[in-house]
Ligand binder design. Structure first.
Ligand SMILES: [Zn+2]
Length: 258
């Protein structure tokens, strides 16, 4: 059975919790109902406060806890700033890495700095276009995944997932730099076949680094979707019956910030 976008579902198994109270557990899987309420999502550090530090903590949490991270994410509404911040960072890492690999051939002095700057800007611009296109395609893909698995994926869940997963593309830039170092080291140590495969003359590094970025991004998206497959929108708690636990006392709404 398909549930509407406002239905309060168990986030563990998708059971419709209508008519139960905050003190109950899910009759299907035993998960406490409090753990399925939207109000327990306090938001990622970046969603709570926009700063360089909070962006960094959010990016670190995404990579460090790719499964459980999504329990804190507030569903995306009209706030696309995580996507923009992650997009600029990932594109910057890719731009710098590609610029380094292309100027590593040995142009020094002012010409080197000028060329490097130009390449960083142009590669970053291409990366912004590429990552944005992939994110748009991914949004459509997420809806298909939801339909295939019969998940109730809200637009807000898909947005929040893709916006935070964009950080995975930074792996592409990191892979370029790692391959460059491997190539240089292999050249020094005399492993010429390794140097040739990893080196910037071969072109294999480009395929390897695109794969690294794509796999990181897709993995984060999939883990996010799995975790948010029955995530509830704000206001869905209205489906609960009144209970002995006061809504304010048991589950304080985080609206006193500022
Ligand atoms: Zn359940």
């Amino acid at each position: 059975m398909r549930h509407g976008p406002d239905a309060l579902l168990c986030e563990g198994c998708g059971y419709h919790l209508r008519g139960l109270t905050r003190a109950d557990v899910c009759p299907e899987c035993g998960r406490p109902i409090l753990e399925s309420l939207h109000s327990r999502r306090q938001g990622t550090p970046w969603q709570q406060r926009k700063s360089v530090g909070s962006w960094w903590r959010t990016a670190w949490l995404t990579v460090r806890h790719p499964r459980t991270f999504w329990d804190h994410v507030r569903l995306g509404e009209h706030d696309s700033t995580p996507a923009i911040a992650n997009l600029l960072f990932s594109a910057g890492v890719i731009g710098i890495s590609l610029a380094v690999i292309h100027t590593a051939a040995g142009v020094w002095g002012w010409r080197f700095i000028w060329l490097l700057t130009l390449l960083v800007i142009s590669y970053s611009a291409v990366a912004i276009l590429g990552i944005t296109t992939c994110a748009w395609i991914e949004m459509a893909g997420c809806r298909i995944i939801g339909r295939v698995h019969k998940w109730r994926l809200l637009r807000g869940s898909i947005l929040a997932t893709v916006e935070h997963a964009v950080i995975g593309w930074a792996a592409m830039g990191i892979a370029v730099l790692v391959l460059l170092c491997v190539s240089a080291l292999a050249g020094r140590l005399g492993f010429e076949s390794v140097r040739d495969v990893a080196g910037y003359q071969s072109g294999y590094w480009l395929i390897a680094s695109i794969l690294a970025g794509l796999v990181s991004f897709e993995t984060l998206v999939y883990l996010g979707l799995r975790r948010l497959k029955y995530a509830n929108p704000p206001g869905s708690e209205a489906e609960l019956a009144q209970s002995g636990i006061s809504p304010d006392g048991a589950d304080p709404a985080p609206d006193s910030a500022g």
